[in-house]
Design a protein around this ligand. Structure first.
Ligand SMILES: Cc1cc2nc3c(=O)[nH]c(=O)nc-3n(C[C@H](O)[C@H](O)[C@H](O)COP(=O)(O)OP(=O)(O)OC[C@H]3O[C@@H](n4cnc5c(N)ncnc54)[C@H](O)[C@@H]3O)c2cc1C
Length: 306
């Protein structure tokens, strides 16, 4: 299972395959399980349904590791269109961005300027969550987040930490001093054992440790997971410590454990669904397969059905 996961994450980073898959029509159809559509309008429709099921959303335009400065500027324009659509339609949604989408691998100053333009457009109306990517950009992402947080409020911009990284508990302590709104997740990239715990039980133990730190901080954080063990640990800790359901939110991915998403919303928990859309679905989609290699059979069955 571990080998399959590693292989799928490896494939998610191959540019040649990305080109092929993106233009192979039947493959594109299959992505609808995890990707809400190609356009903002299709995503708004998906979010309306999520809102009707009692959850809010985080709007995400898929694109990462962008290498041309002009493309990063187009990403900023796209996020301004998303923010306008949220405003006009009244859907309950904030936005998630990736700094490599805004040029982090070209020049951190460019990524900062682009992210700043989006946070500034969203400020006081919406909230911008900066996703966390591979460990080669963890520190740069935190640095840019801190600069933005210096200028914008707690409810304008937030960040993500990954429990598989050995550094994460210390990062959480450091960021809570600002303070910062944090999404804790397990982490979806391929990382060496020097920086990330290789064993799931350590990743899970660290997740619980960071979750408890976040919930006890009194700041509104996102607990992002589909793992019933992590969800139970969160519910039990909150009830033991007298932390109300309104003090945090659970977060899950579009198309993953919809039953659990609806159940938690029905039980009165704040639930947010991360809703990605767009043409550059390949690396995101492959990481979703890597998280649950059984998804490959689902995909292959549908491909054979035509
Ligand atoms: C809202 C949200 C935002 C995220 N943002 C980031 C980010 O910024 N950076 C980052 O590195 N990672 C991010 N992730 C991904 C995350 O790091 C994990 O890779 C992913 O959530 C799987 O971990 P898990 O906690 O669900 O637990 P796991 O132990 O991986 O899974 C627990 C159970 O959940 C179900 N499940 C999990 N994944 C899938 C799937 N793809 N398909 C079907 N079932 C599945 C299965 O039943 C599985 O047994 C995000 C996840 C969520 C929910």
């Amino acid at each position: 299972m571990m080998v399959t996961r590693t292989a799928l994450i490896y494939l998610s980073e191959r540019e040649g395959l990305k080109e092929f898959a993106t233009h192979f029509r039947p493959f594109k159809k299959l992505t609808t399980r995890f990707v809400a559509g190609q356009t903002i309008a299709e995503t708004v429709a998906a979010i309306r349904q999520i809102n009707a099921d009692g959850a809010s959303a985080s709007f995400d335009h898929l694109n990462e590791s962008v290498t041309r400065p002009e493309e990063t500027e187009e990403e900023v324009r796209e996020y301004k269109r998303i923010l306008a659509a949220i405003d006009e339609t009244g859907i309950r949604s904030n936005v998630s961005i990736k700094l490599t989408q805004f040029g982090l691998q070209i020049d951190p100053a460019l990524a900062y300027r682009n992210a700043r333009a989006v946070v500034s457009a969203a400020a006081r109306k919406s909230f911008v969550r900066i996703d966390m990517e591979g460990s080669d950009v963890t520190q740069k992402t935190i640095d840019i987040f801190k600069r933005l947080r210096d200028e914008f409020g707690l409810d304008d911009v937030g960040i993500v930490l990954q429990s598989y990284l050995r550094r994460t508990y210390d990062d959480a302590l450091d960021l809570l001093k600002i303070p910062a709104r944090i999404r804790i997740c397990k982490g979806a990239y391929k990382e060496p054992p020097e920086v990330a715990f290789p064993n799931k039980k350590d990743v899970d133990a660290n997740y619980v440790k960071v979750m408890e730190l976040l919930l006890a901080s009194g700041v509104y954080h996102g607990i992002a997971t589909h793992d019933p063990k992590m969800i139970d640990a969160t519910i039990n800790f909150a009830s033991r410590e007298g932390i109300g359901k309104e003090a945090f939110e659970f977060q899950m991915l579009y198309g993953v454990r919809r039953d659990l998403q609806r159940q938690l919303a029905r039980d009165g928990y704040n639930m947010r669904v991360y809703v990605p859309y767009g043409e550059h679905w390949y690396p995101y989609f492959m990481r979703r397969l890597a998280e649950r290699p059984a998804n490959i059979w689902f995909i292959l069955r549908n491909l054979l059905k035509g």
